[in-house]
Design a protein around this ligand. Structure first.
Ligand SMILES: NC(=O)C1=CN([C@@H]2O[C@H](COP(=O)(O)OP(=O)(O)OC[C@H]3O[C@@H](n4cnc5c(N)ncnc54)[C@H](OP(=O)(O)O)[C@@H]3O)[C@@H](O)[C@H]2O)C=CC1
Ligand SMILES: O=C(O)C(=O)[C@@H](O)[C@H](O)C(=O)CO
Length: 279
């Protein structure tokens, strides 16, 4: 097990460095609240923030980036969107709108938010064009199952996405998709890594938390990291934002890892199932 620290990162298949810990900002759409959360995260050592066109907080995130006084290359920004034909703008215009709102020259990671019934591969190709133009550093997808990659995506696209952002937590490990991504060198990022806090009262996690003198959230987040999965927990509380970054001074034993693995019941917090539904 390699040592992890707060600035621990993964090297993506295109050579980009992805910070393993990020702050999610879904439903953090009050601008001043969003700015406060992002600044609290940066203070606690986070260097990756995950937003989306649909979260309506790219502009607030842009203001927080500016207020942080960090050099731009010290922060890793992910955004994502549904692209044509599921939006009124062409892919270039969608990305340029995010660049304008975020007030950055380059987006570090751009994801297709959900697989689309039509146009996913074309949109991916347009994003690769924007990567060539250095408006995007890495291109990835979100909510892709192994089956979706095989049946749809790789029939038309030979370039690997760098990342697949999927729902993953102790109650939904999605191990088939994770194994597939590991095999293809696609980095998995866990969204809803705490199962939207639903995992935190489980007796096994409470017991493990007590035995490591950590909180259940820290145990769950550490479990992801030790599996090599990047995490983007969301919180609006500065206290919990700091708590969720304090993951690098303990190590879960193999037995503890197995106890958490065993909680899996493939029960998701998001009702959509990408292998069964189109957005
Ligand atoms: N690609 C996609 O389709 C999706 C991407 N995402 C991304 O993933 C991010 C995280 O996922 P999300 O669905 O928000 O769920 P999370 O699993 O991160 O859970 C967030 C919830 O847990 C609470 N919480 C956070 N930390 C703690 C803690 N230490 N102790 C107790 N409760 C805690 C938060 O409350 P509080 O704020 O009060 O602390 C909030 O209610 C999103 O914000 C978004 O960026 C999410 C869904 C889909
Ligand atoms: O946060 C995201 O990126 C999402 O896609 C969510 O909006 C998700 O679709 C959801 O929470 C549905 O309830």
């Amino acid at each position: 097990m390699k040592n992890l620290c707060v600035d621990s990162s993964a090297t993506l298949n295109d050579g980009t460095s992805l910070p393993m810990l990020g702050l999610g900002i879904f439903e953090n759409d009050d601008p001043s609240q969003c700015i406060k959360s992002v600044l609290a995260a940066i203070d606690s050592g986070y260097r990756h923030i995950d937003t989306a066109e649909g979260y309506r907080n790219e502009e607030a995130l842009g203001k927080a980036i500016n207020a942080s006084k960090l050099d731009r290359d010290e922060l890793f920004i992910t955004t994502k969107a549904m692209l044509p034909p599921y939006c009124n703008l062409d892919t270039r215009s969608v990305v340029e709108k995010s660049l304008r709102l975020l007030k950055v020259e380059k987006i570090d990671l751009y994801l297709i938010h959900w697989p689309m019934e039509e146009g996913t591969e074309e949109a991916f190709q347009r994003l690769l064009d924007l990567k060539e133009e250095e408006k995007i550093r890495s291109v990835g997808v979100s909510n892709f199952s192994a089956e979706r990659f095989e049946k749809q995506f790789f029939k038309k696209i030979s370039t690997l996405p760098s990342v697949n952002q999927i729902e993953r937590h102790p109650f939904a490990r999605q191990q088939g998709t994770v194994n597939y991504c590991i095999e293809k060198d696609i980095q998995v990022i866990a969204y809803s890594p705490l199962a939207r806090s639903q995992s935190l009262n489980h007796p096994t996690l409470l017991e493990l938390a007590s035995s490591y003198s950590k909180s259940p959230a820290q145990v769950v987040l550490r479990w992801h990291l030790q599996h090599g999965i990047a995490i983007i927990p969301k919180s609006t509380s500065p206290k919990r934002i700091a708590e969720n970054a304090n993951l690098f001074d303990f190590h879960l034993s193999e037995d503890s890892m197995r106890l958490i693995d065993a909680l899996n019941k493939e029960e998701r917090v998001i009702s959509w199932r990408p292998e069964e539904n189109w957005f």
